[in-house]
Design a protein around this ligand. Structure first.
Ligand SMILES: [Mn+2]
Length: 190
C-alpha cells in the first residue's frame, strides 16, 4: 500500500475569547508515509492555568511519538497527576486502520459516526483506556473536537484546514476554548 504524503490534516484552535492562551491543543505527528499519531487535548478550565497543563501533555506526546493510544493515555495520566487534568483523545493511523482511545470529553468520529470515549479525567481519575479499531477509508474524515465545539451534524467540503476552521466557526462555543482536529487520506491507495 502506497499512501505517500496523501494525508490531509489540520488543527484549528480558538482560545476562550479574551484569553491569549487556552487549554485546548492538537497534535499530529506523521509516522513514515502511511501513518500518523493524532492527539487532541482539552485541559480542565481555560486560560493560562489550562495552557500550562496542556503544555505538559504536549511534551509527553512528543516524547512518545510511537506509543499506542492506550499506552500514551497511561503515560499522560502519570504526567498530569497533581494537576487539574485533561480530557484526551488519541488516534493512531496505520494505512487504513485507525486505532482510537479517549478519556473524557474530547469527542471523535469517522464519517460522523461517533467513536467511544470513556468517562474520566486524565491525571485525576482514569480507568484502563479501551482501544477501538475502525477503518478510515479514502476521503473519510476522522474528526476530533473538544467540548467547546458541539458535535457536527454535517461536514463542509474542502481541505482539512477549511473543515477544521469551519467546524470551530459554526459549532464552537464563545464561553470555552474550542478546537477541531481533522484528518483524512486524500485518495485511494495505489
Ligand atoms: Mn473544554
Amino acid at each position: 500500500m502506497e499512501l505517500g504524503n496523501d494525508m490531509d490534516w489540520a488543527v484549528h484552535v480558538r482560545a476562550y475569547p479574551g484569553a491569549p492562551r487556552g487549554g485546548d491543543a492538537g497534535i499530529v505527528i506523521p509516522a513514515g508515509d502511511d501513518g500518523a499519531l493524532a492527539v487532541l487535548i482539552d485541559a480542565a478550565g481555560h486560560g493560562l492555568a489550562a495552557y500550562v497543563v496542556a503544555q505538559k501533555a504536549r511534551e509527553t506526546v512528543y516524547a512518545h511519538p510511537d506509543a499506542e493510544p492506550d499506552e500514551l493515555l497511561q503515560r499522560l495520566d502519570e504526567r498530569l497527576r497533581g494537576t487539574t487534568g485533561a480530557a484526551v483523545s488519541i488516534g493512531r493511523l496505520r494505512g487504513r486502520e485507525l486505532s482510537f482511545a479517549g478519556v473524557g470529553n474530547v469527542q471523535a468520529s469517522v464519517s460522523l459516526r461517533p467513536l467511544l470515549v470513556r468517562v474520566g479525567i486524565v491525571g485525576v481519575r482514569m480507568r484502563q483506556p479501551k482501544i477501538v479499531r475502525v477503518a478510515l477509508e479514502e476521503k473519510a474524515w476522522f474528526i476530533m473536537h473538544t467540548d467547546g465545539v458541539s458535535s457536527p451534524d454535517a461536514l463542509p467540503g474542502g481541505s482539512a484546514k477549511t473543515v477544521a476552521a469551519a467546524l470551530v466557526e459554526k459549532f464552537g462555543s464563545m464561553s470555552d476554548d474550542a478546537a477541531v482536529l481533522a484528518l483524512r487520506w486524500r485518495r485511494s491507495a495505489i
